[in-house]
Design a binder for this molecule. Structure first.
Ligand code: UD1
Length: 419
């Protein structure tokens, strides 16, 4: 198992390019199930969740290759419909094949994702919505066994009682080939949902309202493969912004999804960080002296839960007391115990963490409990004095494209070794 050895304290300077978005790539890849033939995707990041989705799609008769940095997905059709437990247990987003399989192949046999480190994360809302569209679903032996008895899904009025990102994406994909109109109320407004809608439209789908809480999809008889370029990763950009904010320095962030980063940029600005925006570039300047900031995670356009751990790392050394409310996941404070081992002063009460800024963190051996907690620990280690070891880097590799190489190029003292 790999670990990172980090000697904290180095300022970060230079320029870094943001990779394609993980959370946009996964549904866009799953959407290739909807049309036989050759789909060409560019700006797909090379990270482990993308590799897992590729393996999953290969089992569904979609061959995967690369050509000049592009990912080619050639859908050979057929009746393959299984997403096995071995893959789903390593990546919950495997559930994204459920909607497209039902819409195109009329059957899906998808392992039920279990709970995960950050919460129970059920998929009941995906299932109820697909049932409303005419699917027969039995959950048995740990699998969602779903059939479309009429051969084609029916359009329906779907109201999500909780905003769900992958739920919205699954239903949007399923609805593209359904008979009639589907309206999704209380839909997720996340930029990755918008990216998926754009790809589906390029394939011939009839979708309106993406980026709002009401998405309308008029079903069409068939879709065709398309070339599509994935949006840049706002969470990778946010993670690098936090690293620079915490240690200080000046970094030019290239190919950044500037508009989609506004909750993150606004939060850093109130903490005393200087960020200049121009086109798709950001220049961040930080002295490393930060002010406290209260944060409440919310669905987009609110503050993203996927940036909570990284912000907590830098608020640990900000001047004053910050209150962080986590409203999306019930157990997303696993990193707190590790930050405290590095000298942070944090108290948790239910879904709220009170972070009293300390003068400095001290390096320590720590362990990542999930993807974004791992990124937060890397930032804490960069900020800390002396040496840290961040273990269980496999969590970080699931969702970041060469994070340590990007940080190293900016001047961080970070290297990967085997445990
Ligand atoms: C997606 C993102 C993840 C991000 C999360 C919230 C991907 C691949 N992952 O995850 O990085 O942290 O959005 O922004 O895009 N819920 C239910 N029943 C359901 C579905 C969801 O109760 O059927 C609950 C969840 O437990 C959670 C909340 O709804 O409390 C939001 O979850 P959801 O938006 O579905 O998260 P994901 O789509 O899994």
């Amino acid at each position: 198992m790999d670990k990172f050895i980090i000697n904290g304290g180095n300022r970060l300077n230079g320029s870094v390019r943001i990779s394609g978005s993980k959370n946009a790539s996964l549904p866009v890849m799953a959407a290739t199930i909807l049309a036989n033939g050759r789909h060409v995707l560019s700006n797909v990041p090379m990270l482990n969740d993308v590799r897992t989705m590729s393996t999953l799609l290969k089992g569904l008769n979609i061959s995967i290759s690369t050509d000049s940095g592009k990912l080619i997905l050639d859908n050979g059709g057929g009746e393959f419909c299984e997403a096995p437990y071995e893959l789903v247990r390593t990546m919950r987003a495997s559930i994204l094949v459920l909607g497209p399989l039902l819409a195109r192949r009329g059957r899906a046999y998808v392992s039920l994702p279990g709970g995960c480190a950050i919460g129970a994360r059920p998929v009941d809302l995906h299932i109820a919505a697909l049932e409303k569209m005419g699917t027969q679903i039995v959950v048995e032996n740990g699998y969602v066994d779903a059939k479309c008895p009429d051969g084609r899904l029916h359009g329906a009025e779907i109201t999500f009682k909780t905003i769900t990102v992958t739920g919205t994406e699954n239903i949007m994909m399923a609805a593209t080939l359904a008979e009639g109109t589907t309206t999704i109320y209380n839909a997720a407004q996340e930029p990755e949902v918008v990216d998926l809608a754009r790809q589906l439209r390029a394939m011939g789908a009839n979708i309106t309202g993406e980026g709002t809480h009401t998405i309308k999809v008029e079903g069409v008889a068939q879709l065709a493969p398309a070339a599509y370029s994935i949006m840049p990763d706002r969470i990778e950009a946010g993670t690098l912004l936090c690293a620079v904010a915490g240690v200080g320095g000046e970094v030019d962030i290239v190919d950044a999804p500037v508009k989609e980063l506004s909750p993150i940029i606004d939060a850093l600005a109130t903490m005393g960080v200087d960020i200049d925006v121009g086109g798709n570039r950001l220049v961040i300047k930080s002295s490393g002296q930060l002010k406290a900031k209260d944060i409440t995670t919310m669905p987009h356009p609110g503050f993203p839960t996927d940036m909570q751990a990284q912000f907590m790392a830098i608020l640990s050394v900000a001047e004053g007391t910050s209150v962080i409310n986590e409203t999306i996941f019930e157990n997303r404070f696993m990193h707190v115990a590790e930050y405290k081992r590095m000298g942070a002063d944090i108290t948790i009460s239910g879904q709220t963490a009170v972070v009293k800024g300390v003068k400095r963190l001290s390096g320590a051996p720590v362990m990542a409990s999930d993807l974004r907690a791992g990124a937060g620990l890397v930032i804490a280690a960069l900020v800390a004095e002396c040496k840290s070891e961040v273990r269980r880097v496999y969590h970080i590799d699931r969702g970041y494209d060469a994070l340590e190489q990007k940080l190293m190029a900016l001047g961080a003292d970070i290297r990967r070794t085997k445990s």
